[in-house]
Design a protein around this ligand. Structure first.
Ligand code: IVH
Length: 671
């Protein structure tokens, strides 16, 4: 293809794709099939690759993202991003209405909108093009997330028509619809990653991903609820939003202009009922004065405008029947009761189970089998039972009683007098505890051995692994005999076990699964005691003398090491070559989040290398080129001139090796 033809075709493709995006994402009337769309996009990407001279940051090809590493720079908001005053009660809405009537003393109208539960975003447009997308941040400045936002199809990169203001900001919410949220969590579960608790967290996490090509896969969406600028088409907020829809923004259909509080209450009541049928989360309604002129009269406080208020819905609650209660045994022996429920829709998911936490909660609820219970979804993934509809209880209903014996091994349960939890004391003979400890040991944040639940169970059932030390005795000959194990999978497993011997000492402590010793306490212990022998000899008094260690943790550590069976496992781990000493990796992470560039001569190449190692050891990143992301330049003799020039231009501090050593609290490179 000739250059001019290519240019023509590129322009044509961009126009077509923008057009189809609008029909698909904004007004939900697709004009072509997904396949046809993908073909057009492919053609465009290929042409832009061949003819980079025609590239354009606002081409729809930006929708697929890129894999440039981006740490977010900040930008100020031209108009501060305020928050909203919240209310849960109709009385407060009445007061809001009265205040407005008093100040305005002229007719006015309200606009009622959905309160989208996501992350707010500020989109800056100039001459019809998206130039920057910034998060709310602290309200005066936020993170620039333009590349990530460009992947969201509902966000127009180039506006339609020609009657938009030359410069303005479109504010709205980035949300993750339910279907994207479920798909993402399914994938994460399969990959052994932690699931997002709710779509809001998932949207926030996705928006801050480093790689926009990843963001593109997350299925985010966007609604615009506010247009700000000096030359808006109308004095009416409602009209401006209708115009904005024509320019290509996604504006919710569920927006209503009303004359008085009656209309406001109708809107709220309707959506409190109907929210469950929306494909995304809302957490309330927002009531705004329509006229921009009147908004100016009402003004704003430092925190929120006086012309708007958010009415928050109560957490969504449904009623369903309790079928049965399972009692699960965790790795520390704690018994968790879990309710099995008749499946019911709640806030976009189907709920079948709910945690009951402990015996006290069951007692407080006065829970009976077959009860109709109220289920609510808080911030957690697992919903809660918050009450019982006693009016529906049959007279012969049986109360739910906490079990007295372990459901797995039959041992009599004990209850810690200070705690609500019951636990099974058969630490060494109760299968779910044994398997749970191995699962914890191999987990990503502990030894990071690549084996799933099913494999652990298989190895346990085959009698090959009964405790964590047995993992290091596994031989090729034993594993290859097992079902589902092939040459490659055996080798991978053995390799992963071998690699785990290098895991830093703090993670080994965490992996041991000492009750109350989480990642943070493990790090403290590693730093303080340096190796396993000092740790295991530590007395209760020595332990509680450490800042972060309280009575319960200290006692649990002493008990753990007093048990000979634990000591035997530790001896075997040590013999196998597992790292039982704190290396320098436990150095204080004072450079965490910083990027440093090393330039010039430092005597010998080894010394330069050592400096680079120290950067990483103390939690920093070493970078090779100077950009605004760099925090410090460590300059030796004859530093690179272009690097130094650029650093000065960008105002990046240039420091000597001595300054650097001071920063990390060392006196020399080799100490
Ligand atoms: S208007 C100055 N309208 O709620 C007023 N906000 O709690 C600007 N939100 O940060 C906000 N839906 O992220 C407005 N229809 C809506 C909204 C909405 C969700 C969010 C927004 C804001 C937060 C305040």
């Amino acid at each position: 293809m000739k250059q001019d033809e290519a240019e023509k075709r590129i322009k044509q493709l961009r126009k077509l794709i923008n057009e189809y995006d609008y029909y698909y994402y904004v007004i939900a009337q697709p004009k072509i099939s997904d396949y046809q769309y993908d073909m057009l996009m492919k053609e465009l990407i290929e042409l832009e690759r061949q003819y980079p001279q025609f590239s354009d940051p606002n081409s729809p090809s930006a929708r697929v993202g890129n894999d440039h590493d981006q740490s977010f720079e900040q930008a100020p908001h031209d108009y501060p991003m305020l928050s909203l005053n919240n209310t849960y009660s109709p009385e407060e809405l009445l007061e809001f209405d009265q205040r407005i009537r008093k100040t305005l003393s002229e007719p006015f109208e309200y606009v009622c909108e959905l309160k989208f539960d996501g992350v707010s975003i500020n989109l800056k447009y100039k001459n019809g093009k998206l130039i920057q997308a910034v998060t709310r941040g602290d309200g005066t400045k936020g993170d620039i997330v333009t590349d990530n936002v460009k992947t969201i199809r509902a966000v127009p990169l180039v506006l339609r028509g020609d009657d938009y203001p030359e410069q303005f900001e479109a504010r709205g919410e980035i949300i993750m619809p339910h279907n994207s949220f479920h798909r993402l969590n399914e994938q994460r579960k399969e990959q052994g990653l932690s699931e997002f608790a709710n779509p809001r967290n998932a949207a926030a996490g996705s928006l801050k991903l480093q790689n926009s090509a990843e963001v593109a896969k997350r299925g985010l969406d966007n609604f615009i609820y506010y247009i700000i600028g000096d030359k808006l088409p109308s004095d009416s907020h409602f009209e401006n939003l209708q115009k904005a829809r024509q320019w290509g923004f996604r504006i919710s259909k569920h927006i209503k202009k009303v004359n008085d509080l009656r209309g406001v209450f109708d809107f709220i009541e309707y959506w409190e009922r109907e929210r469950k049928n929306l494909p995304f989360d809302i957490d309330g309604a927002v009531i705004k004065i329509d006229s921009i002129r009147q908004r100016k009269i009402l003004g704003e406080t430092a925190k929120a405008p006086r012309w708007a208020i958010a009415y928050k819905f109560k957490a969504e609650r449904v009623s369903t029947r309790l079928l049965s209660v399972d009692f699960q045994v965790g790795r520390t022996g704690v018994i968790t009761p879990v309710a099995n429920l008749e499946p019911v829709h709640l806030a976009g998911t189907i709920v079948k189970r709910a945690s009951l936490h402990n015996a006290d909660i069951i007692k407080d609820l006065d829970l009976h089998y077959n009860d109709y219970v109220y289920v609510e979804k808080g911030g957690e993934i697992i919903p809660k039972i918050v009450g019982v509809d006693k009016s529906k209880r049959k007279p012969d209903a049986r109360p739910v009683e906490f079990i007295t014996h372990c459901p797995a091994c039959g041992t009599l349960l004990v209850r810690d007098p200070d705690e609500a939890a019951h636990y099974c004391p058969n630490t060494w003979g109760c299968p779910p505890q044994i398997i749970g400890r191995i699962e914890h040991f191999v987990s990503r944040k502990a030894m990071d051995i690549l084996m799933g639940e099913a494999t652990i169970k298989q190895l346990y059932d085959a009698g090959l692994v009964k405790n964590v030390a047995d993992l290091y005795d596994l031989r090729y000959q034993d594993l290859i005999k097992l079902e589902r194990f092939a040459d490659k999978s055996v080798k991978n497993l053995l390799e992963s076990i071998e690699k785990s011997k290098q895991v830093p000492f703090q993670r080994v402590i965490f992996a041991l699964g000492i009750r109350y010793v989480g990642e943070t306490v493990a790090r403290v212990l590693a730093r303080h005691f340096k190796d396993i022998d000092h740790l295991r000899q530590a007395s209760y008094d020595q332990l509680v003398a450490i800042d972060e260690i309280g009575d319960k943790i200290a006692q649990s550590i002493v008990e753990f090491f007093a048990d000979e069976r634990n000591m035997e496992i530790i001896e075997r781990l040590k013999k196998a070559g597992v790292n039982m000493k704190a290396t320098e990796e436990t150095a204080p992470q004072v450079l965490q989040g910083m990027s440093l560039v090393v330039t010039g001569n430092f005597g010998t190449p080894e010394r330069r290398k050592k400096i680079e190692q120290l950067i990483e050891l103390y939690g920093g990143k070493k970078a090779s080129s100077v950009s605004s992301k760099i925090n410090y330049i460590i300059a030796g003799e004859k530093p690179g001139t272009s690097k130094m020039q650029k650093a000065k231009q960008l105002g990046i501090p240039i420091i000597s090796v001595q300054d650097f050593l001071k920063m990390i609290g060392r006196t020399s490179i080799d100490e």
